[in-house]
Design a protein around this ligand. Structure first.
Ligand SMILES: N[C@@H](CCC[C@H](N)C(=O)O)C(=O)O
Length: 279
């Protein structure tokens, strides 16, 4: 049965989202409907679709669900978390500037700053390979990964969602398109993985490209930036705070080391709102 759906298009550093208010407009989308909405030719177009629902846990303001453009539901999205906070505030779903929101992998806490940026406590990064998940009998922070015959030194980090971060000399010439899909589907990452390519500029500045699981290379990946800074600090290459340059703009990531949460600060922008008829 076809039905009308109100949506808002948002972006964080060019990582773009279709936001659905499922508090006032309860809905369960099928994978096909997510793919249709995300389609840049037949639908609205986005890297991820974000659905805001009522909270299911006491003391939490909302539940927020994340779907990649390929239709799959995933655990976490950093740029999306900032857009989520701006969305619920602008839509009048809350008047709080500090929000607690449950995701598939725990509670995160975005805060709308006075300067228009949003800071998100993205939680404590997970480094134990089995929990990333990454198949390995070692818990070393740097491990070799065979990518079609090339040995790549990666750091496996989960920010709720899995990341494999490698250090490159220059992101502009890094083999993102070639290696990205191979790393995403590598058998040692049973839940697939986001593939990060990190260039260190100096102790407090890096450049980053991410080939995202379920979406391909995006202009920026918030959890990718968190994972890359964690990997860079663990490898002794950078020190907190770190400015992360992406193709869509800049994020600031702060991390005080193992067992502490990662803080991400950056923009979140509303582009337009609309209504469509779902097939
Ligand atoms: N763009 C996001 C990450 C979205 C989910 C990711 N593709 C995954 O499958 O884990 C971000 O800003 O973090």
């Amino acid at each position: 049965m076809s039905r009308k759906l109100a949506f808002t298009k948002m972006q964080g550093l060019g990582n773009d989202f279709v936001m659905i208010d499922a508090v006032r407009q309860p809905i369960q989308l099928t994978e096909d409907q997510v793919r249709y909405l995300a389609d840049r030719h037949f639908g609205v177009g986005c890297d991820q679709l974000l659905v805001v629902e009522p909270a299911q846990t006491p003391g939490v303001d909302f539940r927020y669900r994340i779907f990649n453009a390929d239709g799959g539901e995933v655990e976490q999205c950093g740029n999306g978390a900032r857009c989520f906070a701006r969305f619920v505030f602008e839509q009048g779903l809350t008047d709080k500037r500090e929000i607690r929101v449950e995701t598939k992998k725990g509670i995160i806490a975005p805060r709308l700053e006075a300067d228009g940026n949003v800071t998100v406590d993205m939680g404590v990064p997970v480094l134990n390979p089995a929990d990333v998940p990454f198949v390995s009998d070692s818990d070393a922070y740097v491990q070799p990964l065979d990518v079609a015959g090339t040995s790549v030194a990666i750091t496996a980090v989960s920010m709720g969602n899995p990341h494999a971060v490698q250090v490159v000399a220059d992101v502009d010439t890094a083999p993102v398109a070639e290696q990205g899909p191979l790393i995403e589907h590598h058998p040692r990452f049973p839940a697939r993985v986001n593939a990060g390519f990190l260039q260190v500029v100096d102790e407090h500045r890096v450049r980053l490209r991410v080939f995202e699981r379920g979406a391909g290379e995006t202009l920026a990946c918030g959890t990718g930036a968190c994972a890359a800074v964690v990997a860079g600090i663990l490898r002794g290459l950078v020190a907190s705070p770190v400015a992360v340059e992406t193709r869509g703009g800049e994020l600031t990531i702060a991390w005080n080391g193992v067992g502490t949460p990662v803080l991400m600060t950056g923009p979140a922008v509303t582009v337009f709102s609309g209504e469509l008829t779902l097939p």
